[in-house]
Design a protein around this ligand. Structure first.
Ligand code: ATP
Ligand code: FE2
Length: 332
């Protein structure tokens, strides 16, 4: 099959066309907030303005690669989680496209799309996934027909914790890459609040404490200590999910996954446990249209389509609400 998918849960608007073999075309346009602050309505206006540009662009690019609009079997879109105004804008575009091409519509859970594109583009088969982005931080794994959430943040996502700190420290947006740079030149580790509650995480207090620590310590030392603390927290929960599920693969997903120190810490943990560690190419780690098109394809192939009348978005859409029709029960 061939599916056109649209992602637009947050800042990145991206359309892609995929088939079982590969990504045939992808066209994206990122909304860049002028101040780095959160402006959901402006992001939604951006998506409305550029929806025709990314859709037309991806259809043209696919045509150059030998795939015509008439070959598209279904339209998929991010149904959630994400910013309500952005989700509604993208859903509207997807519905119109499905109606005009007269093909089925597929509503995709954004978190599961990160997992499935990672399984597609790495050798991982049945991993524990650590998904860490701006708004999301979750540890996911498949078990008996569902992807279960083994641990997650109780407040903000890890990327947002970095960005919040960066903003109050007068650094630009996004904060993650700059924090990683500063951390490389640190001399001392400063203890900061390490908050793991059961299997869940909290980053809000840590971000505030890091800002507070800047009064007494260098930017380098604070960035290093912030990273070490936050990454130790997510690695701990990932390791416990491995132990609990008995799985032996870890997959990294989300924009924070670009961080080399996080990768190194996960790699060490996996080596110690005899598990394999997988990181997809960067284009498949942050939010991208290809992952929405690909999970759309898996769902379409397994008959998991929706009517336009029942295609409402869900800003709090949880991955464990999804009946996993595209995997056989015996995966585990
Ligand atoms: P989502 O809707 O899935 O939450 P998002 O809009 O936050 O996605 P992503 O590209 O997945 O987009 O992630 C962006 C986040 O990743 C930002 O918070 C940014 O600070 C963080 N980030 C990017 N590069 C790095 C890095 N090298 N180290 C740490 N964090 C990083
Ligand atoms: Fe994401």
């Amino acid at each position: 099959g061939t599916v056109l998918g649209i992602e637009g849960t947050a800042w990145n608007l991206s359309a892609a066309i995929v088939n079982e073999n590969d990504v045939i075309a992808e066209v994206s346009d990122m909304y860049r907030p002028p101040t780095g602050g959160i402006h959901p309505r402006e992001a939604a206006q951006h998506h409305a303005k550029y929806a025709s540009y990314v859709v037309r662009g991806v259809l043209e690019e696919a045509k150059k690669n030998g795939v015509d609009a008439s070959q598209i079997d279904a339209i998929s879109f991010s149904q959630g989680p994400g910013l309500g105004a952005c989700l509604r804008t993208v859903a509207t575009a997807a519905r119109m496209l499905a109606i005009s091409l007269d093909v089925p519509l597929v509503g995709v859970n954004h978190c599961l799309a990160h997992v499935e594109v990672g399984r597609w583009k790495t050798p991982a088969t049945d991993p524990v996934t650590l998904y860490v982005s701006g708004a999301n931080s979750q540890v996911l794994a498949y078990r008996m027909g569902r992807y279960r959430v083994f641990g997650e943040t109780l407040d903000i996502g890890l990327g947002n914790a970095f960005d919040k700190f960066a903003r109050s420290a007068g650094l630009g947006h996004p904060g993650g890459p700059q924090i990683e740079q500063f951390a490389r030149n640190a001399a001392n580790y400063i203890p900061l609040p390490y908050v793991v509650k059961g299997m869940d995480l909290s980053f809000s207090g840590l971000s505030t404490a890091a800002t507070e620590a800047l009064k007494k310590h260098s930017m380098e030392d604070v960035c290093y200590s912030f990273q070490e603390t936050a990454f130790a927290m997510v690695v701990e929960v990932t390791e416990r999910a491995l132990a609990h599920t008995g799985k032996n693969e870890v997959l990294l997903a989300g924009g924070v996954g670009a961080n080399m120190r996080l990768r190194e810490m996960l790699e060490i943990m996996c080596t110690e446990r005899g598990a394999s560690f997988y990181v997809p190419e960067k284009r498949f780690m942050g939010d991208n249209g290809a992952m929405i098109a690909y999970l759309g394809l898996l769902m379409y192939d397994s008959g998991n389509v929706i009517d336009v009348e029942n295609s409402h978005v869900n800003p709090n859409f949880r991955p464990d609400e999804v009946d996993v029709t595209w995997l056989s029960e015996d995966l585990e």
